[in-house]
Design a binder for this molecule. Structure first.
Ligand code: 5GP
Length: 114
């Protein structure tokens, strides 16, 4: 899998409507859209609009309130689209599967398999 470290990031280009995405939530600070390669019946990416944080460690240290907004957005999507229960995954680092270095949460829900 290739990695993506360009600026603006691919997710910033989605925020700017320069590339298409199926957007399911948007606030002043957060955007959520369908993952292009879903791994579960519900697979949404929740992304801060700022690309200043490359991973969840930087985000949690730099802006805990923004981190909380991401968690609450995930809760809201899972309540609307599934049974309110969900996995929230932040791949952190290339060896852990992170390919886009603009922090994002994977929200996975709806009939998950072990
Ligand atoms: P990571 O591997 O960095 O944790 O997750 C990156 C995610 O972004 C992957 O699940 C991948 O399918 C998704 N993705 C990559 N490019 C695009 C795109 O252009 N549009 C959308 N909607 N998702 C993308």
């Amino acid at each position: 899998m290739s990695t993506e470290t360009e600026s603006p990031s691919i997710f910033s280009r989605i925020v700017a409507r320069q590339i298409p995405a199926t957007i399911v939530r948007e606030t002043d600070r957060v955007i959520a859209f369908e993952d292009i390669a879903p791994q579960a019946p519900v697979h949404v990416l929740v992304v801060p609009k700022t690309e200043q944080y490359r991973d969840v460690v930087e985000l949690a240290a730099g802006d805990p309130g923004l981190m909380a907004e991401i968690v609450d957005t995930a809760r809201s999507i899972a309540e609307e689209r599934a049974d309110g229960e969900f996995r929230l995954i932040f791949n952190t680092g290339e060896n852990a599967g992170q390919t886009v270095f603009h922090v994002h949460a994977h929200v996975l829900a709806g009939g998950l398999k072990e």
